[in-house]
Write a protein that binds this ligand. Structure first.
Ligand SMILES: [Fe+2]
Length: 121
């Protein structure tokens, strides 16, 4: 088995997630459809399917939000006192996009979650 720290961890079968995947894959909440160039809210949470530990020895370090390959924002987190959850307000210009959220666990590496979004002109 490949180390969890090599590359980005994605679900092996998105319709049948393992417990490790449920703990680490960021879940994106955002409108399915937005207007081009208008701000909208995006929430990203890690551990909403199965709670991820939030203790000094095991926690989520950061949550990054991308539109396709374009970096949008990052939330840096600390253990215990911050939840593995972040809210962003963003706007997109292109006709169709996907939102991607990457999180990093200090013990289990980088994980990605995805959500399709339609951007109307
Ligand atoms: Fe972890």
């Amino acid at each position: 088995m490949q180390s969890l720290y090599v590359g980005v961890n994605k679900p092996v079968d998105p319709r049948n997630l393992s417990d490790l995947e449920k703990k680490h894959i960021p879940v994106i909440t955002a409108p399915q459809r937005v207007k081009s160039d208008e701000y909208f809210d995006v929430q990203v949470e890690v551990g909403s399917m199965i709670a991820h530990p939030n203790e000094y020895g095991h926690f989520i370090l950061s949550i990054d939000l991308y539109a396709g390959e374009a970096f949008l924002a990052r939330a840096n987190l600390t253990p215990v006192q911050t939840a593995a959850k972040a809210a962003f307000t963003v706007k997109l210009q292109n006709p169709a996009r996907e939102l991607l959220a990457y999180c990093t666990c200090n013990l289990h590496g980088c994980w990605v979650g995805q959500r399709n979004i339609v951007v109307d002109a």
